[in-house]
Design a protein around this ligand. Structure first.
Ligand code: ACM
Ligand code: ZN
Length: 754
């Protein structure tokens, strides 16, 4: 009896070990991203090593094999020999082009006989090899064990794009190629190369060498964030450009990876670097300097005939370099101030009966779009180009939400969705920023994962115009490759799955599980990635007896949160957060997520400050704007002040009106200090209040003023506005913060009475 059960224990634990080994490759865990349409994992492995061979029945496949072999060589230090195909042989990687298979489709089968791939066209085979790459061991070994698997796969969307802004910060050819590698790995097929902007012109144009000689360089760059005051600049000459030979090299590199490179030449706005080189194509004649800060500049191309000649000459060179069907012509954020003042612009509006400057932008877009059409190319533009008289071939990139996409598709334009709410990889992905900057906003990976590119508002016919979606990587705050990687990994994985995998295969649980395995691959490939997927967040509730209840949660579907409130770092032995943490005292919470004994991600640290006003009854005389009222009046007295990245639910935003809040302390209490936490972000038209007043009352009706701050005092204090006064007894406290100008934003986060 004793012996039998002892034996049983050994057998059980052996089974567990085997199960663990295979667990990495169970159907939910096969570390392939994006998840294929059909996956069937069986137990067992086939081994490839330096004596293995690859054969194919189509000479075009040799280029795909070369990409694969170069990868194998780099990571494992050998290459597979290529054999002439003479029928399916055992112990080989056999790659067959299958004319009966639709394009971009592939199948991959691994069993004891070997690896067999069939692809519908070159891209199909390439995608199969990417899947195979993701199945390889994440460590340098001689024997590459690949799990037995049957896969059938094809993409959901025809356009699967990633964008890179090389104007704000320049990335070398080698860095761009690595970026293309990332796209290839996850089966993207479009690289949108943002080559020109106010801060740099990055493509050599032979006819206009000053574009890269002058426009390719700036005399300094903004230090810190655009929102910081005062603005500061370094004086380091910054820039770079790609020669036409380098451009061709990148295009060829991408083409071998079945990726179309779409160049973007911005017009008529975001053109300051071009105008620094050729000021004659502006309205005023300049002079100009290549931009040193971020944002939108007033000086744009003047749509006179000489400018069109200039741009068309540029596009001639661009079209002869880039063989793809799409050319992106920008079109976003074009201020009309200069056009309003320019006699030539006004004359053109009259002559062409364009009504106003918006008509002039449409004229501009149509002229260029028609020019490209004659060259057999299709213009893509940001959604500002939408207009009922826009040339019907033009493709819309919907970035200001879904509206442009819906309108564009309803009018018969093809559409690529890049709404900033779900596709802007320059937004923060974590609330733990380590002091690193991002443009603003908050786009955690789960939001991308849940993104649906086809807007609900479209019917089946209109939906066909949604070609796909794209992640945009603007680089104002991304100045090096290491941070670029962190900003795109692993968010790119989520977008890849949105774009490639069937909707019914989307499952965040499975995705995060595969991603955890995939992190080993990223480490092995020395790719820097964010651990934000494990982030812990907090939500504050009004308590029943005590003042506040703090809920800790994570969107990661597994693991337990352990926390402390004594200032020490949480450990596995720290209490598990199961219900809310209830407190009537200020407290600092530290928390960490554990899966088993392993800590995932970083440590959550947050201070909650409880005062006599915390979680008391509060009423507002004026409503906040509905977009910035997510937490309601309670968020003003929830004991928590917000930190970057700002979350909408943590702020109340008043559009043109004043904060007028009355807090009922519930009993007569002594008070001598009120702190009002506000936000200043001039770029977003969020201004400090012009006056803050504190009033008290015994009956909630008749108030007397006890303290105030004027504009100068407020400007000095900036965020936490403190009003101190001789101690008084009161039951009600009223706080009024006057909107700066009666039309722009006032943002308030917290009111604290002491
Ligand atoms: C854009 O983000 N301005 C297209
Ligand atoms: Zn003009």
């Amino acid at each position: 009896m004793y012996h039998k059960s002892y034996f049983l224990i050994i057998i059980l634990s052996m089974q567990l070990m085997v199960a663990n080994l295979y667990a990495q490759f169970s159907p939910g865990k096969i570390p392939v991203i994006p998840i294929p349409k059909k996956v069937n994992v069986q137990s067992g492995f086939f081994t490839l090593n330096s004596s293995s061979t690859i054969s194919c029945n189509n000479p075009e496949t040799l280029s795909d094999i070369e990409v694969f072999n170069a990868y194998i060589d780099k990571l494992y230090g050998f290459r597979f020999k290529i054999e002439k195909y003479t029928g399916v042989k055992k112990n080989q990687v056999v790659i067959l082009s299958d004319v009966n298979m639709p394009s971009d489709n592939y199948s991959l089968s691994v069993d004891s006989e070997g690896v067999r791939i069939a692809g519908g066209n070159g891209a199909g085979v390439f995608y199969a090899l990417q899947t195979l790459t993701l199945l390889l061991p994440a460590g340098k070994v001689n024997n590459l064990q690949i799990p037995f698997v049957e896969i059938e796969d094809n993409p959901r969307f025809s356009y699967r794009g990633m964008h890179l802004d090389v104007a704000r910060h320049f990335f070398s050819v080698a860095e761009v190629k690595r970026y293309i590698d990332y796209l290839a790995l996850y089966k993207f097929n479009a690289f949108h190369w943002h080559l020109t902007d106010d801060q740099g012109w990055r493509i050599e144009i032979k006819k206009y060498p000053k574009l890269h000689q002058i426009g390719g360089w700036r005399k300094g760059t903004l230090i810190g964030h655009k929102f910081d005051e005062p603005e500061q600049y370094d004086t380091i000459r910054y820039g770079g450009f790609y020669s036409q030979e380098e451009i061709k090299d990148v295009i060829q590199y991408a083409s071998k990876r079945h990726i179309e490179v779409i160049p973007e030449i911005e017009m008529p706005g975001h053109a300051l670097a071009a105008l620094a080189a050729y000021p004659e194509f502006s309205c005023t004649g300049g002079p100009f300097e290549t931009g040193k800060t971020w944002g939108v500049f007033q000086d744009v191309f003047c749509p006179k005939e000489e400018t069109f000649q200039f741009i068309e000459n540029i596009l001639d060179e661009v079209c002869s370099l880039f063989p793809g069907k799409y050319i992106h012509i920008g079109g976003d954020e074009c201020p009309k101030e200069r056009w309003k003042e320019c006699p030539q612009c006004q004359e053109l509006i009259r002559k062409e009966n364009l009504i106003d400057e918006n008509g002039l932008q449409r004229f501009f877009t149509n002229r260029i779009s028609d020019y490209l059409k004659k060259k057999n190319r299709i213009a893509i533009g940001w959604d500002e180009i939408l207009d009922e008289k826009l040339s019907s071939e033009a493709v819309i990139m919907s970035w200001r939400g879904y509206k442009g996409g819906i309108e564009g598709a309803s009018r018969g334009h093809d559409v690529i969705m890049t709404p900033y709410s779900h596709c802007y990889f320059d937004y923060y992905q974590s609330r733990f920023t380590d002091g690193k900057l991002a443009i603003g906003g908050y786009l955690p990976i789960d939001m991308i994962y849940r993104y649906e590119p086809v807007p609900d508002a479209l019917n089946a016919q209109q939906s066909k115009h949604i070609l796909g979606a794209q992640g945009n990587v603007w680089t104002e705050y991304i100045s090096n490759e290491e941070y670029l990687q962190e900003m795109i990994f692993p968010r790119i994985c989520a977008l890849a799955e949105v774009l490639w995998s069937p909707l019914d295969r989307r499952d965040y649980n499975s995705f995060t599980s595969r991603l955890q395995s995939h992190f080993k691959f990223l480490k092995f490939n020395k790719i820097n990635y964010s651990s934000a997927i494990y982030d812990i967040s907090s939500r504050i509730h009004k308590g029943v007896e005590k003042n506040i209840e703090i809920e800790l949660f994570t969107k990661f579907p597994r693991g337990q949160i352990h926390y402390t409130i004594d200032g020490t770092d949480p450990k596995l032995s720290s209490p598990v957060s199961s219900g809310n943490i209830v407190s009537d005292q200020s407290l600092s919470i530290r928390a960490a997520l554990y899966e088993g004994v392993q800590q995932l991600g970083g440590i959550f640290i947050r201070n909650f400050s409880v005062s006599i006003s915390t979680a008391k009854e509060i009423t507002l005389a004026n409503p906040p704007h509905e977009e910035y009222n997510k937490g309601g009046a309670f968020s003003l007295i929830d004991g928590s002040t917000s930190s970057l990245p700002w979350l909408p639910e943590e702020w109340l935003g008043f559009a043109g009106n004043d904060l007028d809040a009355t807090i009922n302390l519930g009993e007569l209490l002594r008070i001598s200090k009120v702190t009002v936490d506000v936000l200043k972000e001039n770029a977003g038209k969020i201004y400090l209040p012009k006056e803050v007043v504190v009033l008290i009352s015994d009956n909630g009706k008749d108030f007397i003023k006890v303290a105030s701050l004027n504009q100068a005092e407020i400007e000095k204090m900036k965020r936490a506005l403190r009003l101190q006064f001789p101690s008084v007894q009161t039951k009600w406290v009223k706080v009024i913060a006057k909107n700066s100008n009666g039309k722009d934003w006032l943002f308030v986060d917290e009111i604290k009475v002491e």
